[in-house]
Each structure stands twice: as C-alpha cells, then as structure tokens.
Design a binder for this molecule. Sequence first.
Ligand code: PEP
Ligand code: CO
Length: 450
Amino acid sequence: MAVTKSTWEPDSWRGFAAGQQPEWPDAAAVADVRARLREVPVLVFAGEARDLTAQLAEVAEGRAFLLQAGDCVESFRETSSVAIREKLRVLLQMAAVLTFGSQVPVVKVGRIAGQFAKPRSSATEIVDGVELASFRGHTVHSDEPTAEARVPDPERMLQGYYQAAATLNLLRAFTKGGFADLTRVHTWNQEFVASSPQGQRYEALANEIGRALRFMEAIGIELARERSLHEVNVWTSHEGLLLDYEEPLCRQDSLTGDWYACSAHMLWIGERTRELTGAHVEFFAGVHNPIGVKLGPDATVDEVIGLCERLNPQRAPGRLTLVTRLGAGRVRDLLPRLLVGVRDAGHPVAWICDPMHANTFVSASGRKTRRFDDVMAELEGFFAAHREVGTWPGGVHIEFTGENVTECLGGSEAVLEDQLDHRYETLCDPRLNARQALDLAFRVAELMRG
Ligand code: PEP
Ligand code: CO
C-alpha cells in the first residue's frame, strides 16, 4: 500500500523492496553512518531546489532547454580543482552554443557533486579473468579488482558527502566568482579543443557574442550591472540510488514544512529502480526536489502515467523530468506513443533525451563504448518524434568529461576502435570527450533550429 503524504517519512521506503542496494556486511556500522549524516550541514537548500523547479517548469512549458551532463560516475581519486574546472568549462561552452543557437534559456545541471553510486545489470563482473562483485561506485566500495576491495563499507558514504561538499564549494566559487562570466566566453575553449573544427566554430561564436556585448555597451547598457552576464547557476544532480545515503540527508524545510533531499538540487530515479511499487519511487514521492526518471525501451505508457501520478499528483510543471533512453534504432518507434500518452493524460513534464545509455556496446577489444553517430541518431529521432507529436524536445542528458579521453568512437575528429586503449579512464560508462561534447552541442543547436 502506498504511504500517503501525511504519513511519509524519509525512512518510509524501508517498507518497500529496494533494488540495487549494497549488501552492507555490518548493519550497526550503517546505522552509525546514517546517524552522522543526519547531523551534517546540508549541501543544497530547499529554496535552491524550488528555484530549479521553477526553471524546469519553463522547460516543461516549452520556453527553455535543459542541459544535464557530467560523469557517468565520479571518482574518489579525482579530487583536483583542475578536473572540476575542465568539466565546468565544457558545460559552459555547450550551454553557450545551445543558447546562441536556439535563442532560449538553457538550464545547466551537472551530473556532479554526488554522482557516486551505480546500478548494475549484473551482480558480478569478470576483471582479468576473475569474477568479482560488480563495481557499484566509490560510496559503496573501492574499484580495485580484489574480493576484499569490493566489500561494501558504509564509511565511504561519509567520504562521498565530504567530496560532494568540496566539489560543490568549488562549483559555487567558479560560477559566481568570475570564471563563468560571459565576457570570458573565449577562455572556455581548451587548447586541444581550439585546434579542432568545432573548436574553431566555437571561437567564431565567441567572437559574435563578444560583438553583441560591445554593441549593447555602445548603446548605453551598463553591462557591469547585469548580473546574468557575470554569474550563472550550475545546479547539481545525481541518481538517487543509495537510499542509506539519501534518507539521512533529507531535511524538513523550515519555511514550508516540506521534506527535501539535500544531497543535490535534482535527483533522478534510474531505469533499473523505477518500478511503481518499489522503494525508490516511494522515497522520491515524498521529497519536494525536482525529480527525473529514466525510461528505457520497455517502459509502457501505463507505467509512465503511473509514475507521473505517483511522483507529481499535483501536476506541478518542473517537478518531473522524464529522461528517455530508448536507443538509436528504436526511438522513432517507441517515443511518440509515450509523448502522446502523457500529454493526453494531462501531465506536465519536461522531456529530455539521454542518447547514451541505450547505445552502449562492447568493442572487439572488450571495451564498453558508444558510437558518436548512434548518440546523434537517437537525438535526431528524439527531435523528430517531438516534432511529429507537437511536444517540446526539452533537453539532453549526456555523459562527458573535460579531458581528451578515448572512450566513445567517432566524432568529427574520429576516435577509432584501435585507439580506445589510448586514454580509456572511466570507472563505468564511456564518456564523450570535450571535443565530442562540443560537437554534439553544435549539432543539437541545429536540431533545435531545424
Ligand atoms: C546512468 O545514468 O549512469 C545510468 C545508469 O542510466 P540508466 O538508469 O538510464 O541505465
Ligand atoms: Co552511465
């Protein structure tokens, strides 16, 4: 039986089946970590989550576009400011390209500052011929390929909290303290990107933005006083998978009395844990953050409407974002009926496309990879389906990194299959490198105009 709103508590999910949770060896140790997480300062405020909801309402209503992007999984080993800065740089570049190309506001949400826990299709994986518990993220265990390293350790949830706090602190400083100032639009082009065709295309776009700014100044607009030119909001998000982490970070807002998950501004429910009667849906039904739900090729119209009713009974625009990840080959066939079903049921949702997760395959050399062309093909299908139905293609959800990695194949300066080993660094899924991500932004801007 569903718990009603008035009886919902952060631990109500414990009465429901929770998929994809670690088997902690010591229940008392988990309880101790939970107690400590209940005492720590929040990472985000309820008011911020409400501001993001308001921006996502603009997406749901067809007046803004959502760019949600970042790592597949963050690493406890990657703590330097440089890595965070490089990710932010590419995110700002992509947002500039999308805003300039589409002429609508772009809501920027990182898969960052808390994207640590991974759902897995299989309980075990083979590493160098040895069968081990599948890697579930650094807030659960180490990725080292030994049986001992893969034993879940709840102390890691605290470490994840502190790393998220440090990452978010830097993100706030960069986005409010000059780095994200639009007058610095040129400086977001990295050297290894600048020499590529899309890097040069970006340079031309940055010149145009610079000219537009000087024009505004010339006609008497005081640019120094325009806050939106000098500061941006980059919101945080992650998959709300690990309920022993999310539950103790819930806080009741003193203003409204509503509960919020204070680990990130936006959280999403993954494809593997979105069942209506499951613990994740129960948990997220009770918190007031904006929520995403991933929808794979098996999602039925009835299931999706059920999720809308359960997660957004008030039908508030901005509360719910549906993230379709259907596959390049199936999106044209499967997406229109979901769009029609949800529209006809009268649910306001933001529809965004994750063109990554249904286009993964294993290369001949054994690397998990994705083809840039498949990613683009799913995006093209997404835009075409929305155009056919008359709904708003509200955004993209991608996995990328600011580094020059070789994890996804293709792109205009193509990564080839025999180059995958050169710089394959992801702990989980293959990410677009900075060049591929910028290339994607230009192509999506064209799809938006088309
Ligand atoms: C992910 O976003 O990394 C992920 C696991 O996605 P999905 O739930 O869509 O498979
Ligand atoms: Co992933």
